[in-house]
Design a protein. Structure first.
Length: 360
């Protein structure tokens, strides 16, 4: 999933094994991709970093309302922020025709940040989905079973698991000199089974199973809301809003990651010996860079889906904005008042000095 060398741009393998075992002729990367993909990375970084930073600031600012949902939400935003910090490096790498100029440590670190986000982000989204399911479908039971302490323990466990998934990246990813004075940031596994196993693990644990859980939770939420007359009688507009948010969350998760995982799975089938036509392989090579951008864009979409669409977060956002303006206004007022006092003291002292001079 990490951006890699031109020989194998988008697989986690990043070695030359893919091309040596494939009879299809490898085509070079089109020149326009060297400008388009870095531009996409830059936009994702800009909007994603600003959005997630705003999420963290607003939620930490509202310290009086520590909830389970906010705990997962803050960790999700932090996971996306960690990943987004690596995107400018990959954008430069892509624009320089896969020439890594940032050294071995940054090569391992940037690759590891992507791997952490692949699992941590999806796991946090899944936890939020399960939490919302319990809070809406079983509100009485959830009040006694859901706790912030428990949510923090779950988040800690997710971070540990996500960190462990980066071990293959830290061990096997390295810089490698190629022709034309190009140094690539690639992964060389001991054998092809590593790549196959890790790719299937990402397909299964990083997409399929979380999506089943998320879709199940939100579909049961929708059924529960539609089947409960009280919700319709109290606030039909709120019901429609919740259902729209549910559909947006599930569809965004699906459409951002499904295309990439399909192509990654097809590439893995080719490495397992399944015959894949050359036109299919060429399509995979051409489409994967854009589908990676689509998957990466989920980190920029998350703040809008989980926060900006919600009325409650907008209220917190305006409150945070108002508090910031109030603090600035108070600060300016304090400075003006201090300046006014100094100016008044100066005016009072000047006549006294003049009188002293005249008397002397």
């Amino acid at each position: 999933m990490e951006p890699d060398s031109a020989y194998n741009l988008t697989s986690t393998n990043g070695s030359f094994h893919h091309n040596m075992t494939n009879s299809c002729e490898h085509t070079s990367t089109p020149e326009y991709q060297k400008k388009v993909i870095p531009a996409f990375y830059s936009l994702i970084f800009l909007f994603g970093f600003l959005g997630n930073m705003l999420v963290v600031c607003v939620l930490y600012h509202s310290s009086g309302r520590r909830t389970v949902a906010n705990t997962y939400l803050i960790n999700l935003a932090m996971s996306d922020l960690l990943f987004l910090t690596s995107l400018p490096f990959w954008a430069v790498y892509y624009s320089l025709d896969y020439n890594w100029v940032f050294g071995e440590v940054m090569c391992k670190l940037c690759g590891g940040l992507i791997t952490i986000n692949v699992y941590a982000s999806i796991f946090f989204i899944t936890c939020m989905s399960v939490d919302r399911y319990h809070a809406i479908v079983y509100p009485l039971h959830s009040q006694s079973s859901r706790s912030i302490k428990q949510a923090r323990c779950v988040c800690g466990f997710i971070w540990v698991v996500a960190a462990l998934t980066t071990l293959p990246t830290v061990v096997f990813r390295d810089i490698h000199p190629l022709n034309n004075n190009i140094t690539a940031c690639v992964i060389f596994y001991p054998n092809s089974y590593w790549h196959t196993g890790l790719t299937l693990a990402k397909n299964t644990l990083g997409f399929f199973l979380p999506f089943v859980v998320i879709a199940t939770c939100y579909s049961r939420i929708a059924v529960h809301l539609l089947a409960t007359p009280n919700h319709l009688e109290l606030d039909s507009g709120r019901l429609v809003h919740v259902l729209h948010l549910v559909v947006a969350v599930v569809l965004a998760f699906f459409f951002c990651w499904f295309p990439f995982h399909v192509l990654a799975f097809l590439e893995t089938l080719g490495q397992l010996g399944v015959r894949i036509d050359c036109w299919v392989q060429e399509s995979i090579d051409k489409l994967l860079p854009y589908f990676i951008c689509l998957g990466f864009s989920n980190s920029a979409i998350n703040p809008f889906l989980y926060c900006f669409v919600g009325n409650h977060f907008r209220e917190k956002l305006w409150q945070f904005y108002g508090d910031v303006l109030t603090q600035k206004r108070d600060s300016i007022s304090t400075r003006l008042s201090s300046f006014s006092r100094k100016l008044s003291d100066l005016k009072e002292s000047v006549p006294m000095e003049i009188l002293d001079q005249q008397s002397s």
